[in-house]
Design a protein around this ligand. Structure first.
Ligand SMILES: [Zn+2]
Length: 335
């Protein structure tokens, strides 16, 4: 196609040819490809970054469709990390897009962050944000924190070389069940779109070499009230002050996580496996309905829908109980 694709960006004095070239040579890591992550991905890919690596551990659910613009009804049940790159490449085939159906975890965090110029937060939980924060502070990489809940959105540009990190203003994770989630508080579908766009703007400014906002932005999309809050680094911050990276140092073991609001449990083995999905599918034929889709398979057994990835990770839907999920995993995949 004739390449005037970026003509409306090139004439912006804030970007120009040099800014566009800088975008073109940039590598972005996006953790989470849901509501905010999908908005970030679309905008950065259309703007012509060089490479986008996106991680997402979930499959598309009906309750995602009101806000997650990369996916439609036909995608229900399929892993977002495999669907999103295809959609994004259709928007701009000049960008290299890599999708990983993995958890962002201590096992892969430093390697992924080290290969990126900036990390974008498209997650829905604080635990993963603390892992991003640890890896970025340890390696001196910038990242953009983004949150969307109810009618509120938050955004902060974390620059470990200059200012506060996430744990300077959120020192530790509140107890389970004490903070609202999208499942308990809902989310207005414009909020992830707005916050994703505001985060993508800051990323483009940074990648193009322009100054960026150093404040925490909090806005209410319903009332249009917004606050811009100055953040300062705390000397006693366990992460950037004392350089203790607690979230990267978690022991390597099988991880069982109840995915809040999804009625599902994720099981991640300590080390990636290389499962023979065809063989597993044949073994499951008596247990329920099985479908193999290349890199993952789906087994529907009674009330449970079990998605098993080639690397051994599994999503068990239809339960919020760790013991039940562990037992199903042991039965179908092994220990
Ligand atoms: Zn800090």
């Amino acid at each position: 196609m004739p390449n005037n694709r970026y003509s409306r960006q090139l004439i912006l004095p804030q970007l120009g040819k040099e800014g566009q070239q800088r975008l073109r040579s940039s590598k972005v890591l996006l953790v989470g490809a849901g509501g905010t992550g999908g908005a970030i991905a679309c905008l950065l890919v259309r703007a012509g970054i060089g490479k986008l690596t996106l991680l997402d551990r979930d499959v598309v659910e009906p309750s995602n469709l009101h806000r997650q613009q990369l996916f439609g009804e036909k995608d229900i049940g399929a892993p977002k990390a495999y669907l999103a790159p295809e959609v994004l490449r259709s928007m701009n085939s000049e960008v290299e897009v890599v999708g990983l159906a993995e958890d962002f975890s201590p096992a892969n965090a430093e390697r992924l962050v080290a290969g990126s110029d900036i990390v974008m937060d498209g997650t829905d939980n604080l635990e993963t944000r603390f892992i991003i924060n640890d890896a970025c502070v340890k390696l001196g990489r910038p990242w953009i924190y983004v949150g969307a809940i109810g009618t509120y959105g938050m955004r902060a540009f974390i620059r470990p070389d200059r200012g506060a990190c996430l744990r300077c203003f959120i020192p530790s994770a509140p107890g389970a069940g004490t903070v609202p989630t999208c499942a308990t508080a809902g989310v207005l579908n414009t909020v992830p779109a707005i916050m994703g766009a505001l985060a993508a703007s800051e990323a483009m400014k940074y990648l193009a070499g322009a100054p960026v906002s150093e404040k925490l932005l909090v806005l209410d999309a319903w009332t249009e009230e917004y606050h811009s809050i100055s953040l300062s680094r705390r000397k006693d911050c366990p992460c950037c002050g004392k350089r203790r990276f607690e979230f990267l140092e978690a022991p390597v073991q099988t991880k069982v996580q109840v995915l809040c609001g999804h009625d599902s449990v994720q099981i991640t083995p300590p080390r990636p496996a290389a499962l023979d999905l065809q063989r597993l599918a044949a073994a499951f034929s008596e247990s329920g309905d099985v479908e193999v889709h290349g890199l993952w398979l789906v087994l529907v057994a009674g009330q449970h829908r079990i998605t098993i990835f080639k690397n051994g990770r599994a999503l068990i839907s239809g339960t919020n109980d760790e013991k039940t999920a562990r037992a199903l995993y042991a039965r179908y995949v092994g220990n």
